[in-house]
Structures are given as C-alpha cells and as structure tokens.
Design a protein around this ligand. Structure first.
Ligand code: 13P
Length: 252
C-alpha cells in the first residue's frame, strides 16, 4: 500500500509573515488528516520560521530546489545541508525550473543524488509541454526524464523517491488532465520505466503524484485512479480551505 501524499508547491508566493499566517490557519485542519502525507513547500526565506511552526506536528516541510554542491562560491544557491536543516523534502526538476532556469535531466539527476545523500526525500517532477503533447511525444519525453533524472541510484535510494507527473500544459492553466489520461501516463510510462531501472517492488512501492490545476472539485477524480498516489498542488495550495479540500479528498 502506498500512502497518499499531497504537497503544496507555493512557488514564488508568500512573504515570511504571510506564510506564517497561512500555516497557522492550515495547521489545525492539516493535523486532523494523518492518513495523508502532507507537505508544504514554501519559498526558502520561509523555511526557518515554518519549521518552528510545524515542529511536533507530522506535517512535512519541503524546499522547491537546491544546488548539488556542498558549499563554496556559488552565489545565490542553497546547499543540500542548508535545506536539510529545516526540511524533509525537496521538489526537484519542476518544469518552471527546466523552462526558466536552464535545468536539464543531467542537473536534475545531480540534485536528486545530492538530496538523497543528505537524507531528503526528493519529489521529482516530470511532464511534457503542450507542443510535445500535440506531437505525440509524451511517452518519449516522460520516459527520458524519469530514466535520466533517476539514474545511478541504489535500490535503497530509489525506494525513497516520489515522482510528480505534471504535464506543462496543465500547470496554472485551469486545464487539468483527465483522471484516466494522467493515470495512463503513470501506468504505461512512469512506473514501467522505474521497473526497468529498479525492479517491480520499487516501481510498485513508489508514490507518483499528479500535478496541474488540481483543485477541490477535481481532486477525487485523480485520487480515484489506481496509479495516482496524490497531488502536487500549486495555486490551490495558497488558500487554506482550497488546500484542505484536496487533502481531505486524498483521505477519502
Ligand atoms: P497549479 O496547481 O497552479 O496548476 O500548479 C501545479 C504545479 O506546478 C505544482 O508544482
């Protein structure tokens, strides 16, 4: 049995003050849904304060990125140990980082390894663009992103990975994939690729989330699919009632 997970990717939203207010509002309701692994991924400056607010709860904290080097002259970057000080999770390879900040399968793989080595749980994002989707390249793109992003791990490391399938055309557009359409990509391409790399047990045990315009009104459609183990939520994670609707749908 794979424990469902709902992670909120706040992206570049919320100051420390705003973040603390949102978490204070969310926390009592979040605590009441222990059957779901709940994770909040705010911007870096919020991590220290939110880790204090979340202390003693079983709500996880994640960063949205990290750099693979341990320390040194890398202006503007944040090391794995700096993230680990406050977090249990880290989102890696988000399509916005691939599109705007030059991340490649190769750099994602370096980050995945660095995150695992320090003891963080990577949430590795994959997904095709609209153009790739329309050119029927979804299988090729997603398979490559999984194979390259997750290569060279030990069995033990691979078992810790969470994958998020986020079709780029569904992110922030209000046009979510349909449940069966998303499930198809997980069942036909993502899990089989993991199986080829790390075997059946790891493939079956791996949590794979869907992301892209998930909201309270469509969450149940995704969580009802056999291969979808939860959601990576953007816009709807920024308001407590909206996020709670999704977390509760995952528990149902
Ligand atoms: P939206 O939920 O706003 O579409 O964003 C999804 C996403 O990119 C989460 O990482």
């Amino acid at each position: 049995m794979r424990k469902p997970m709902v992670a909120g990717n706040w992206k570049m939203n919320k100051t420390v003050k705003e973040a603390a207010a949102l978490v204070s509002e969310l926390l009592p309701s979040l605590k009441s849904v222990p059957s779901v692994e709940r994770v909040i991924c705010p911007p870096y400056p919020c991590l220290m304060q939110l880790s204090t607010l979340l202390e003693g709860s079983d709500v996880g904290l994640g960063a949205q990125n990290l750099f693979w080097e341990a320390s040194g002259a890398y202006t503007g970057e944040v090391s794995p140990a700096m993230v680990k000080e406050f977090c249990q999770y880290v989102i890696l390879g988000h399509s916005e980082r691939r599109a705007y900040f030059g991340e490649t399968d190769e750099t994602v793989n370096k980050k995945v390894k660095a995150a695992l080595e320090i003891g963080l749980t990577p949430i590795v994002c994959v997904g095709e663009t609209l153009a790739e989707n329309e050119a029927n390249r979804t299988a090729e793109v997603v398979t490559r992103q999984v194979a390259e992003g997750l290569k060279g791990l030990s069995q033990e490391q691979a078992a810790k990975i969470v994958v998020a399938y986020e079709p780029v055309w569904a992110i922030g557009t209000g046009k979510a994939a349909s449940g069966p359409q998303a499930n198809d990509v997980l069942a036909k391409y993502i899990r089989p690729t993991v199986k080829d790399m790390y075997g059946e047990a790891i493939a079956q045990g791996m949590r794979i989330l869907y992301g892209g315009s998930v909201k309270g009104s469509n969450a149940a459609e995704f969580f009802g699919q056999p291969d979808i183990d939860g959601a990576l939520v953007g816009g709807a994670s920024l308001k407590a009632p909206d996020f709670m609707d999704i977390v509760k749908a995952a528990a149902a």
